[in-house]
Design a binder for this molecule. Structure first.
Ligand SMILES: NC(=O)c1ccc[n+]([C@@H]2O[C@H](COP(=O)([O-])OP(=O)(O)OC[C@H]3O[C@@H](n4cnc5c(N)ncnc54)[C@H](O)[C@@H]3O)[C@@H](O)[C@H]2O)c1
Length: 325
């Protein structure tokens, strides 16, 4: 049985990936970010004989060395991810995203890990210079978050080049689904409508995104972990389409049978040069490498997401009436 480590397993994508890996028979060590409450985030409630939860912090190199012992595959997802928070706390993004990735790579190297998947993001591309965006598209650091992910990718790639560490840079485009934070557009729309608000507050609705349902993203990760040809490569996980935030809002309102009105909330607008206006990902490379193609279209994915968010026990975890940074 392969032993895998998932960092960021307490978060949105990491918790779904942990569940999928357990379903597929892996022995999973899941890292939850250390806190004094021993709170395991979205890992709370997930129990399985092949699951071990460890609390800790990737900013500590000693700890990283400790958790990568006897591990075959590392899925490195732990990161600070909110763009607005990166405007006011960029140092912590450097520490977690760049230094944390360095610590995980160094530990993986010292412990002879067989494969390490480092999670990038479509935000590294910035506003599309051409579409669909393939892996050769230039990187544009339009936010401190994006800058630290570009740095983290480069650090990981340097370990492949300098030390032959078997790194794969996995680059998901916007991912959505149950458990996502209300910082993201889809959960914030659903949570506001589900709470009965008649006017919902959002930022600029003109940008487009390539949305991916979380189970598709996780499948992409697992497929790439099995693909030798992906080593030393940067690989998009994308659906190869784009939809504007406005059309996404209208689709959600239609599925939820709501006639909600939208109001622009100034605090949610990004500085002009920092806003990523267009993201549409090319998924030719992952398809050629692994045969991956997304199983969920936007409507099917939104329906599952809405079903989860509208359950009272889930909805009550979200603060729909405030701007979640
Ligand atoms: N959600 C998306 O649309 C999306 C798109 C592309 C890439 N990504 C990437 O996917 C990964 C997971 O994102 P997510 O959406 O699940 O976010 P998330 O915030 O839900 O998960 C990230 C997790 O990392 C953990 N973490 C943060 N700092 C840590 C530290 N110092 N030590 C240990 N753990 C720490 C947090 O506890 C959190 O649960 C990130 O690397 C993100 O950049 C996300």
């Amino acid at each position: 049985m392969q032993k895998v480590l998932v960092t960021g397993a307490d978060g949105f994508i990491g918790s779904h990936l942990t569940e999928m890996l357990l379903e597929e028979g892996y022995n999973v060590t899941a890292l939850s970010c250390y806190n004094s409450f021993n709170y395991w985030g979205w890992l709370e409630g997930i129990q399985h004989p092949n699951l071990t939860v460890i609390s800790g912090d990737i900013r500590d190199p000693h700890f990283c060395k400790h958790i990568t012992k006897d591990i075959d595959v590392v899925y490195h997802l732990a990161a600070l991810i909110a763009i607005p928070y990166s405007y006011v706390a960029p140092d912590s993004y450097v520490d977690t995203n760049v230094k944390g990735t360095l610590n995980i790579c160094q530990a993986a190297k010292e412990n002879n890990v067989k494969r390490i998947l480092v999670t990038s993001t479509s935000e590294v591309y910035g506003t599309a210079q051409y579409v669909p965006i393939d892996e050769k598209h230039p990187k544009q650091p339009q936010s401190p978050y994006s800058a630290t992910k570009i740095g983290a990718d480069a650090m990981a790639m340097s370990f492949y080049n300098a030390f032959e560490l078997p790194v794969v840079i996995v680059r998901p485009f916007n991912t959505y689904g149950p458990r996502q934070s209300a910082r993201a557009i889809i959960p914030t729309i659903i949570a506001q409508i589900a709470n009965g608000l008649k006017e919902i507050k959002l930022g600029d609705l003109s940008p487009t995104r390539d949305f991916n349902f979380v189970r598709d993203t996780c499948r992409g990760f697992i497929e790439l972990s099995k693909c030798d040809k992906a080593i030393g490569q940067e690989v998009n996980i994308a659906s190869n389409y784009e939809i504007s935030m406005r059309d996404t809002l209208e689709l959600i309102a239609k599925i939820m049978k709501s006639d909600v009105k939208f109001v622009e909330d100034e605090q949610r607008l990004r500085p002009q040069k920092s806003e990523v206006f267009r993201l549409w990902g090319d998924n030719t490379k992952i398809m050629a490498l692994t045969g991956f193609s997304p199983k969920y279209d936007i409507e099917a994915g939104l329906k599952e997401t809405i079903e989860w968010f509208t359950k009272p026990e889930n909805l009550k975890r979200y603060k729909a009436n405030i701007y979640n940074v």
